[in-house]
Design a protein around this ligand. Structure first.
Ligand SMILES: [Zn+2]
Length: 76
């Protein structure tokens, strides 16, 4: 069954599988600890900026909204 990262929603498996069971390799450090919320938001923001062609401020707002639906960040 396909697993998705609880933090960023990326499919987890093969190259994107990291030390933590529920997160992709990009969202944790070498020990499998989830990175800081700001760091994840910046990463998703960068991805949205490139993918959607919006400015950084808009991309970060969209990243915030996107993260609100993620299990790792929904409660914060
Ligand atoms: Zn992730």
């Amino acid at each position: 069954m396909q697993k998705f990262c609880f933090s960023c929603g990326m499919p987890v498996g093969g190259k994107t599988a990291g030390p933590a069971e529920n997160y992709c390799v990009y969202c944790t450090d070498d020990q499998g600890t989830l990175k800081a919320r700001n760091e994840i938001r910046d990463g998703i923001g960068q991805w949205m900026q490139q993918w959607q062609g919006v400015d950084r401020e808009t991309a970060l707002k969209r990243a915030e909204r996107y993260m609100a639906a993620m299990p790792a960040w929904a409660e914060q």
